[in-house]
Write a protein that binds this ligand. Structure first.
Ligand SMILES: C[S@@+](CC[C@H](N)C(=O)[O-])C[C@H]1O[C@@H](n2cnc3c(N)ncnc32)[C@H](O)[C@@H]1O
Length: 271
């Protein structure tokens, strides 16, 4: 079993038989193929970042989020432009640490502390095993923590890729305000999210196109619909306008979308 890159792309292991992907007792879990929703589920459960999800996560996110590889690789490039020497670079909801590995490859970020925070122990455990395979992983510190109780300091770069969408909407303002308070003018936040469109017709069209993307990636209609049901009321997307307004409200001086593929956008926000 080999890891192709920091984003954990192209898992080379054989697809496990159904149910095997929940088995995570192997000493060095690799990125298995995501088949978690391939069989009819007896009851509808809410999606969570448990051991089964953590074990297949790189394959799941690569085949579910159009443009994910570009966002991860450009996160390092964007961070390099804003990294202040000896400052902190945070990745909130770091999962397997793909974005921080991208940052760690950048010479301009070498004197910074790279800190990944996640509240899923299963995800952090997979991240430790993954990051240990890269020499630049030594620069990365992983911390268990809830984004709702953030204690950030001297943050020259804050990365939040596909994580704010899992925080209750009522808490998002407070979370972003705390982030902004830990930053100085000119620092950057990279905020990637699934988004909705104000135009409901066009929104439906993009949702359909996203499902087409997932089919193209090998997911069946059953997998797509069971995962969509599990994520309902767990992943709450907002419009890009709602994100812009909140970012300005909490004190970011400018923000815009630097990348979008279908209904997944990445926003750059300058403190
Ligand atoms: C979709 S994944 C993020 C993917 C990751 N940023 C990447 O680019 O590969 C969301 C992550 O956020 C974490 N998470 C969700 N809610 C959280 C919270 N309240 N505090 C900390 N981490 C959280 C989950 O455990 C999960 O690892």
């Amino acid at each position: 079993m080999t890891h192709k890159d920091s984003a954990g792309q192209a898992p080379t292991n054989e697809a496990p038989v159904q149910g095997e992907c929940a088995e995570v007792t192997r000493p060095s879990p690799g990125p298995l193929r995501d088949q978690l929703f391939a069989e009819p589920l007896s009851e509808r459960g809410l999606f969570s970042f448990n051991e089964a999800v953590a074990s297949v996560f790189p394959d799941m996110i690569n085949r579910s989020v159009p443009g994910y590889t570009t966002v991860v690789s450009m996160t390092g490039v964007l961070a390099a432009r804003h990294a202040r020497p000896n400052a902190n670079i945070y990745d909130l909801g770091c999962s397997w640490g793909a974005s921080l590995l991208s940052v760690a490859k950048e010479p301009a970020c070498r004197s910074c502390q790279l800190i990944g925070i996640d509240n899923s122990e299963a995800m952090l455990s997979a991240a430790r095993a993954h990051i240990a395979q890269f020499s630049e992983g030594k620069q990365i510190t992983l911390q268990a923590g809830d984004i709702a109780d953030l204690q950030l300091a001297d943050a020259s770069v804050v990365i939040m890729n596909y994580t704010l969408q899992f925080i209750p909407i009522a808490q998002r303002n407070t979370v972003l305000r705390r982030i902004r308070e830990a930053m100085s003018p000119g620092d950057v936040m990279i905020l990637s999210e699934k988004i909705t469109l104000q135009d409901t017709e066009l929104n439906r069209h993009l949702v359909d196109l996203h499902h087409d993307f997932k089919r193209q990636q090998g997911y069946s209609d059953l997998e797509i619909s069971q995962k969509r049901d599990a994520l309902e009321n767990v992943l709450i997307p907002e419009t890009r306008e709602a994100h812009f307004e909140r970012l300005r409200q909490v004190g970011f001086s400018r923000c815009d979308v630097w990348f979008q593929c279908l209904n997944f956008a990445s926003i750059i926000a300058i403190a």
